[in-house]
Design a protein around this ligand. Sequence first.
Ligand SMILES: Nc1ncnc2c1ncn2[C@@H]1O[C@H](COP(=O)(O)OP(=O)(O)OP(=O)(O)O)[C@@H](O)[C@H]1O
Ligand SMILES: [Mg+2]
Length: 224
Amino acid sequence: MILKAEKVTRQFNRVSGSSNIFFAVHETDFELPGGLLTVLEGRSGSGKTTFLSMLSGLLRPSSGNIYLDGADIYAQTDKELSRFRNDNFGIVPQGQTAIATLTVMENVMLPGTIYGLDEGLREKAEKLLDRMGILDLADVLPKELSGGEIRRMAIARALIRDPKVIFADEPTSDLDDANTDIVFDILKSIAADGKAVLVVTHERNADKYADRMYRMDAGVLMEC
Ligand SMILES: Nc1ncnc2c1ncn2[C@@H]1O[C@H](COP(=O)(O)OP(=O)(O)OP(=O)(O)O)[C@@H](O)[C@H]1O
Ligand SMILES: [Mg+2]
């Protein structure tokens, strides 16, 4: 299993006084293989989320292509692409993304309900919550969780459809060292299951967790 980016770029048009088109991501080739934890670090505004959004089927590149096992993901219609994302990608977005009115269990099951109900959904969710160490919190609302517990819930939700690729955007940004270790250990164990895992982070010593390290600097990607 491999996700490939070929010559992708992303431009944005920032209208501030005068209109100004700029590259958030310059032309980039990149491969994300299964079985490894790949970490992408870089300053705020360097283009990390933009790059991750293109890889994860959420943002069409301005040019270039993204391939999952040889299939061009953006050759699909938006409707097909939504379904494809739900089938293949697990995404832990930047920031707080729990649905406040759903319980932890319901939040985790949600991606498995969108295109009809997945078989054994509740059992799968229970297993994942157990693996994340928060099964006892299954029936509470997200507002009762700590920051670290919320992150683990978001990772469980990203795993619920057994995706090939996991994307996590700053999954430890608001966590202390102990919780950062827990979250990275979980992400490493997901990679050890054979999935491709890409983590975007500000974490200074993320290299201790990473199998591969990349750096984004003003829209330019470099392997470290
Ligand atoms: N939809 C958009 N329209 C215009 N500009 C955008 C848009 N999204 C992002 N940008 C700009 O593109 C650049 C890269 O943004 P991006 O969110 O990818 O950065 P980042 O590396 O993820 O930063 P952070 O670490 O703060 O999350 C920034 O200058 C940002 O302002
Ligand atoms: Mg970002």
